[in-house]
Design a protein. Structure first.
Length: 159
């Protein structure tokens, strides 16, 4: 029996991916269930050569390089056919917080009672949980502060 795209019913498909921890995971054959991977399954019409890897409830650790390999019948002496793609999982960071002396500002206000020309304050903008790490910029009255010489770390920016 001939399946779609010239595949035979004795051919099989190998899906695999390398996660961000450089572990290799393989799923092979026409079996649509993937033991040990309850969120992964193969869907599509086998007769038409459709073998779609479906991931439900995508998580951060699902990011990595995925590969589909099609192995023809060994007696035909065909080379291995493969296609790779990279799945990047983007995660929105938490709502940013502005900290003064490592404390979140009450009512989002910092009040300086007596202006002082030598007074220096440091404000920290912090947003955690983002992937990739977020970019930061400071604005004053809705205008970006140019040439800012603050320090930026992975999840914070200091003004």
């Amino acid at each position: 029996m001939v399946a779609g795209n010239g595949m035979q019913d004795t051919d099989f498909v190998l899906f695999g991916y390398e996660d961000n921890n450089f572990r290799i995971h393989n799923f092979l054959g026409y079996d649509r269930s993937i033991p040990g991977y309850s969120r992964f399954r193969i869907i599509g019409d086998v007769g038409r050569g459709e073998h779609t890897l479906q991931i439900t409830d995508v998580q951060r650790d699902d990011a990595g390089e995925y590969e589909c390999q099609v192995t023809p019948v060994p007696v035909n002496n065909h080379p291995l056919l493969r296609r790779k793609t990279y799945l990047e999982v983007l995660i929105k960071p938490n709502e940013p917080q502005i900290l003064y002396q490592n404390v979140q500002l009450p009512d989002r206000k910092l009040i300086i009672s007596q202006p002082d020309p030598i007074l220096r304050i440091s404000l920290v903008c912090s947003a955690v949980g983002g992937r990739p790490a977020p970019n930061f910029k400071w604005l004053l009255n809705r205008h970006e502060i140019p040439n800012l010489e603050g320090s930026v770390t992975r999840n914070t920016m200091k003004l």
